[in-house]
Design a binder for this molecule. Structure first.
Ligand SMILES: [Zn+2]
Length: 267
């Protein structure tokens, strides 16, 4: 079984050299996009990764913020375009909470040609999630849960694969006391870490309801997470990968992964 995480973006809300935090989980049977970033950079990064928008089978939008949903507007626009051009388009199954779904549809309505907007249900199959809820994606179980964000209604998810491997996503939220239970024992956890604790005075993560590599690493140790993927971080630190690794290693014995845009993590 081939199973990859393809990091389409690793940046936080205002990156200058990266795309916003979003990624694909790809197996032999599905291609799941988790968040879509904030613009049409999603299309160029998909193109560089060699993934056609029509290959994406599932989209999960964690919350309604700019840096997570505007890329989905572009994706839907491309799918409708492909449909009009006569390509076979399987309906993209979209999972979002009510607030996020409302925002997505409203932005599409306000910005698409009427003839395009009228085909939106042809290309997407929208599922409103009110966590906690479960579903199945092929032979993989998925559980949606509230990540306990302090500033926005945000959902995470846990994928449980048939071979027992678990993958947990907290959207752009950090691993905190409010979601530790959901991440407990995960083989892979992906979550936000805005900057190093050492750089907190420069980047001021706590003012933005974000946390540091140290905070997340300490909680990952508590939650016995085996592989910790950190993203949604500042992109101004030179040699970020090594510096983040060094801070994580002080508090966490597992495998910390600090990906760059377009990195592929096989699991
Ligand atoms: Zn964000």
């Amino acid at each position: 079984m081939t199973r990859n995480i393809i990091m389409l973006g690793t940046g936080s809300a205002l990156p200058v050299s990266n795309y916003h935090a979003c990624y694909i989980v790809r197996t032999n049977s599905f291609t799941l996009l988790s968040d879509a970033g904030g613009g049409n950079g999603i299309l160029s990064n998909l193109n560089t990764a060699g993934i056609a928008p029509t290959e994406i089978t599932h989209l999960i939008l964690s919350h309604t913020h700019t840096d997570h949903i505007f890329g989905a507007v572009w994706l839907i626009r491309v799918l409708i375009n492909s449909y009009f051009n006569g390509s076979k388009v399987n309906r993209l199954r979209v999972y979002a909470n009510q607030q996020t779904a409302n925002a997505l549809i409203e932005i599409c309505r306000l910005t698409f040609l009427e003839s395009y907007f009228s085909e939106i249900d042809t290309v997407i199959d929208l599922h409103i999630i009110n966590p906690p809820e479960t579903d199945k994606i092929e032979d993989c179980k998925i559980r949606f849960f509230d990540v306990g964000s302090e500033n926005v209604c945000q959902m995470g998810f846990r994928l449980s694969f048939a071979d027992g491997t678990t993958f947990v996503s907290l959207g752009d939220e950090a691993l905190t006391d409010r979601n530790l239970y959901e991440a407990s024992g995960a083989d892979y956890l992906i979550c936000g870490a805005f900057c190093r604790y050492a750089d907190r005075d420069t980047f001021k993560p706590y003012e933005k309801h974000h946390f540091t590599v140290k905070d997340v690493a300490m909680n990952a140790a508590k939650a016995k997470v085996k592989n910790l993927i950190l993203y949604h971080s500042e992109d101004k630190t030179a040699d970020k990968t090594n510096k983040y690794h060094a801070e994580a290693a002080e508090f966490y014995n597992g495998n910390a992964i600090i990906p760059k845009d377009l990195d592929i993590i096989s699991f």
